[in-house]
Design a protein around this ligand. Structure first.
Ligand SMILES: CC(C)(COP(=O)(O)OP(=O)(O)OC[C@H]1O[C@@H](n2cnc3c(N)ncnc32)[C@H](O)[C@@H]1OP(=O)(O)O)[C@@H](O)C(=O)NCCC(=O)NCCS
Length: 225
């Protein structure tokens, strides 16, 4: 669900170029790059959002997951994890483009009140006709594929509440028993966030990323009433 570091130079050719294409995200797609290059365009879009948002955002703002539409795709693509975190997740524009060619992708914008603050995408094979959920240790599973909260809106609980909504969606709308994810074991990794949420390492490494899992239907505690 994350990205590999950008190559320091794109001046390559032949087989080396294939490797670069396979492992790097176009930096021009990052929300930050668009902000830097087209500040007036970005300001106009954000002014439109703020006309809908009457009160300042706070920890109490309601968090929802909403479908991305022709009206909102640009503002969601501009959300940015920030320079200290953008090696950990693909630009939203790239994820949204991919989602349209992966029938297993289920993706939503994260809203705090009326403001788009993040993006989430899961892989749910069972939404593809004729396919069933992948198995992990014999348990059907969905995978958290992309997840980010824009740097301006972090630390307000939006990430935890959005992830809870994703888990609720998987519990309610799929027969998955487990949610998997993987993260880049690099500076500012989100592992503490996922541990707090209840994910645990599986011990596997997938393409250099650390795999974690969350049981969606944990057995009831022995003494629970
Ligand atoms: C991971 C992420 C989605 C969390 O979103 P968030 O809205 O900041 O999370 P919350 O506010 O719900 O945080 C809940 C708790 O986890 C902690 N936490 C959140 N992100 C953390 C991180 N990267 N490292 C350590 N702790 C983190 C918060 O400090 C908070 O602790 P507190 O309750 O003691 O204050 C966000 O940090 C992010 O987008 N990171 C960059 C992209 C990324 O790494 N995505 C995941 C790819 S696998």
């Amino acid at each position: 669900m994350s990205i590999k570091p950008q190559p320091t130079s794109l001046a390559v050719s032949g087989a080396e170029a294939c490797e670069v294409v396979a492992t790097a995200w176009p930096p021009g797609l990052s929300g930050r790059r668009v902000r830097e290059k087209f500040p007036e365009f970005v300001q106009a879009l954000e002014d439109q959002v703020m006309q809908l948002q009457k009160a300042p955002l706070s920890k109490a703002s309601p968090v929802t997951l909403r479908q991305i539409t022709a009206d909102t795709v640009r503002i969601v693509a501009l959300l940015d994890p920030g320079p200290e975190h953008d090696h950990l997740v693909a630009p939203n524009a790239f994820s949204i483009a991919q989602a349209h060619f992966h029938p297993e992708a289920w993706f939503r914008a994260v809203y705090a009140d009326e403001v788009p603050v993040g993006f989430v995408m899961i892989s749910n094979a069972s939404q593809v006709p004729g396919k069933s959920l992948e198995l992990h240790e014999g348990k059907p599973c969905v995978s958290l594929w992309r997840f980010m909260i824009d740097q301006r809106y972090r630390g307000l609980g939006y990430g935890s509440r959005a992830l809870q909504l994703v888990v609720d969606h998987a519990r309610t709308n799929t027969s998955a028993q487990r949610m998997l994810l993987s993260f880049v074991p690099a500076k500012n990794s989100p592992e503490p966030f996922y541990l707090r949420f209840g994910f645990a390492r599986t011990g596997e490494i997938d393409d250099g990323e650390v795999v974690m899992a969350l049981d969606l239907h944990p057995p009831l505690e022995r003494n629970a009433r």
